[in-house]
Design a protein around this ligand. Structure first.
Ligand SMILES: Cc1cc2nc3c(=O)[nH]c(=O)nc-3n(C[C@H](O)[C@H](O)[C@H](O)COP(=O)(O)O)c2cc1C
Length: 211
């Protein structure tokens, strides 16, 4: 199949200045609810982009676990590549793509670690095996083979005798405080709607961009 012939029209909805919320988090909430209704399993997947130690931007998918006026929360290993990148430069991008709704949202923000209680609470809400896996995985470090991981996983399970592991100190949440949002709604003939909210002191400046 020729990739050049892959093409679709976007006709599902529109995003107009007259009916948007003045607070971007309210528009995000509306879109997230609609995304969850249309695709409950993957709506919270978000591409997180960090500025790597080598200067290259690097993206990977994480799962959004909470959002509020304060920002957007995901959980990870603080010693992973993304964790080290964030410690070096707190500027990150978050990019949601909801194809069923013909929508994307881009967020730029500053990431900082959530407090320990937030990390503990979420860590212990995860299934037992996921907690064990997080405890034995030095995320983003090189491993010799699959058996190495499976053995470590089984060893810790044996040691724990059904007790739950402690949250590793290097595993926890990040809160991304947004400074910019871009909401994109696909439209007919590629004349898409793009509305940007940019933080200016305490208010959000709103503008429309050409597609
Ligand atoms: C659907 C999906 C959800 C994921 N959720 C997370 C997550 O919430 N936290 C996380 O650390 N990694 C998650 N990952 C794995 C990351 O994409 C990535 O492989 C890992 O965090 C290591 O990234 P890094 O080496 O850039 O730090 C997820 C991957 C996929 C495909």
């Amino acid at each position: 199949m020729e990739l050049e012939s892959v093409r679709r029209e976007y006709k599902r909805a529109e995003l107009s200045e007259t009916d948007i919320e003045k607070q971007p988090i309210l528009l995000f909430e509306k879109w997230m609810k609609e995304a969850l209704a249309s695709n409950p399993n993957d709506a919270t997947s978000v591409a997180l982009t960090t500025i790597g130690m080598d200067g290259f931007p690097q993206s990977r998918i994480v799962l959004l676990k909470n959002y509020s006026d304060e920002g957007f929360v995901f959980f990870t290993n603080y010693h992973s590549q993304k964790g080290r990148a964030i410690e070096n430069d707190a500027r990150v991008g978050m990019h949601f793509f909801w194809p069923e709704l013909e929508r994307q949202v881009r967020i730029s923000g500053l990431a900082k670690k959530t407090n320990k209680d937030v990390s503990d609470e979420y860590f212990h809400s995860r299934p037992f095996d996921s907690q064990v896996a997080a405890a034995i995985s030095g995320q983003s470090t090189e491993v010799a083979n699959r058996a190495f991981l499976e053995n470590k996983f089984q060893e810790l399970k044996n040691e724990l005798h059904g007790k739950y592991p402690e949250r590793p100190k290097n595993w926890g949440g990040y809160l991304v405080k947004p400074v910019k949002f871009e909401f994109w709604q696909g439209r007919e003939n590629r004349l898409h709607d793009r509305i940007v909210f940019e933080k200016e002191s305490d208010t959000w400046e709103i503008k429309r961009l050409a597609p």
